[in-house]
Design a protein around this ligand. Structure first.
Ligand SMILES: NC(=O)c1ccc[n+]([C@@H]2O[C@H](COP(=O)([O-])OP(=O)(O)OC[C@H]3O[C@@H](n4cnc5c(N)ncnc54)[C@H](OP(=O)(O)O)[C@@H]3O)[C@@H](O)[C@H]2O)c1
Length: 272
C-alpha cells in the first residue's frame, strides 16, 4: 500500500503484542523467514529489543523490512522530553538504524500536540520515516490536523467482522490516511472464527475462517497485522490467491455489532 508521503507499507504484517523474551525473538525471526516483511511492536509491549533481535537473526536485509512502533501513553503524559527519550530508547532497542513508522498509541487528552511535534522533529532528522496515530476517532484527527505540519500516514484501529468501523475508515481515507486493522481475530477473546457465516464462506472458498477474515480486511484496502504462533503463519500469508465476491464482502459487512474485543478499548473512554 502507498502511504501519503510516498513510502510503501506491506499490506499484511505480524503483530507482537504479548510476545516476550525468546518467544518474541523466535516469532519475529520465523515470520520474516516465511515471508512476512512487516512487524508491529510498541513501547508498551516491552519487546522492542527482542523484535530487533529477531529481525537481526532472520538475515533478511533491513531495507526489505517495515518496522512499526508506538509511543507509550505514560511517556506522552510525562511531556515532550519524556517522549523524546522514549523514541531514542526505541531506536536503540530496535537497533534497526531507523524506524519505518512511529504511532501515537492512544489519543491521550492534552498530550497529542507535544507528542506529535516531537515525532515531526524525528522525521525531519531522518530517524523516523513516517508517523501516524492509533485509536483515533474523527475529532482526535480534527484536533491533530489543526496544527500538524506532517499529516499522519496511518490510523491503526480495531477492525474485525463484529467491529467493521465503516464510518471511521471512510473519514480516514478521505483525509488520505491509510487504515491499519489491529485485532483482526478479536484478539482471540471474542469468537470471530466461530461465526457461522464465516464458516460457511470458508467451506465455499475452500479456505479457513481466519483466511476469510483477513481477505475481507485486505479487500477493504486496509493493512492488517495478525498476531500468530508460527504454526498459523503460512495460513495467514496465503490470502492473496483468492477473491471474495462483492456479495460475500457485503454479507460479512452485515455482521457488524460495533463490538470491541474489550469494552475498555474504546478511545472515547480513554484513559483506562
Ligand atoms: N494500536 C493498538 O492499540 C493495538 C491494540 C491491540 C493490538 N495491536 C496490534 O495488533 C496486533 C494483532 O492484534 P492482537 O494481537 O490483539 O490479536 P489478533 O491478531 O486479533 O488475534 C490473535 C489471536 O488469533 C489467533 N490466530 C492467529 N492466526 C490464526 C489462525 N490462522 N487460525 C486461528 N487462530 C489464529 C492467535 O492464536 P495463536 O497465537 O495460537 O496463533 C491469537 O490467539 C497485535 O499483536 C499488536 O501488534 C495494536
Amino acid at each position: 500500500m502507498k502511504l501519503n508521503n510516498g513510502y510503501d507499507i506491506p499490506q499484511l504484517g505480524v503483530g507482537t503484542w504479548t510476545l516476550r523474551g525468546e518467544t518474541a525473538i523466535a516469532n519475529v525471526c520465523q515470520a520474516l523467514k516465511v515471508g512476512f516483511r512487516h512487524i508491529d511492536t510498541a513501547q508498551m509491549y516491552e519487546n522492542e529489543e527482542e523484535v530487533g533481535q529477531g529481525i537481526a537473526e532472520s538475515g533478511v536485509p533491513r531495507n526489505e523490512i517495515f518496522v512499526t512502533t508506538k509511543v507509550n501513553t505514560h511517556n506522552m503524559r510525562q511531556g515532550a522530553e519524556a517522549v523524546r527519550q522514549s523514541i531514542d530508547e526505541s531506536l536503540r532497542k530496535l537497533n534497526t538504524g531507523y524506524i519505518d513508522l512511529l504511532l501515537i498509541h492512544w489519543p491521550v487528552k492534552d498530550c497529542i500536540k507535544h507528542t506529535w511535534q516531537v515525532m515531526e522533529a524525528y522525521v525531519r532528522a531522518g530517524k523516523i520515516r513516517s508517523i501516524g496515530v492509533s485509536n483515533f476517532n474523527e475529532h482526535h484527527l480534527d484536533e491533530l490536523l489543526s496544527y500538524a505540519e506532517i499529516c499522519p500516514v496511518i490510523n491503526q484501529i480495531e477492525v474485525h467482522p463484529l467491529m467493521s468501523q465503516e464510518e471511521n475508515i471512510a473519514i480516514n481515507h478521505e483525509l488520505g490516511i491509510q487504515v491499519e486493522a489491529w485485532g483482526p481475530f478479536g484478539q482471540g477473546d471474542i469468537d470471530i472464527v466461530g461465526l457461522p457465516l464465516l464458516q460457511d464462506l470458508a467451506k465455499k472458498y475452500g479456505k479457513t475462517t481466519s483466511q476469510i477474515v483477513l481477505r475481507w480486511i485486505i479487500q477493504r484496502d486496509l493493512i492488517t497485522i495478525p498476531r500468530a504462533k508460527p504454526n498459523h503463519f503460512a495460513e495467514n500469508l496465503e490470502i492473496m490467491n483468492f477473491t471474495l465476491s462483492q456479495e460475500d464482502m457485503a454479507a460479512i459487512g452485515t455482521l457488524n455489532q460495533n463490538l470491541r474485543s474489550d469494552a475498555k478499548n474504546d478511545p472515547e473512554n480513554f484513559p483506562w
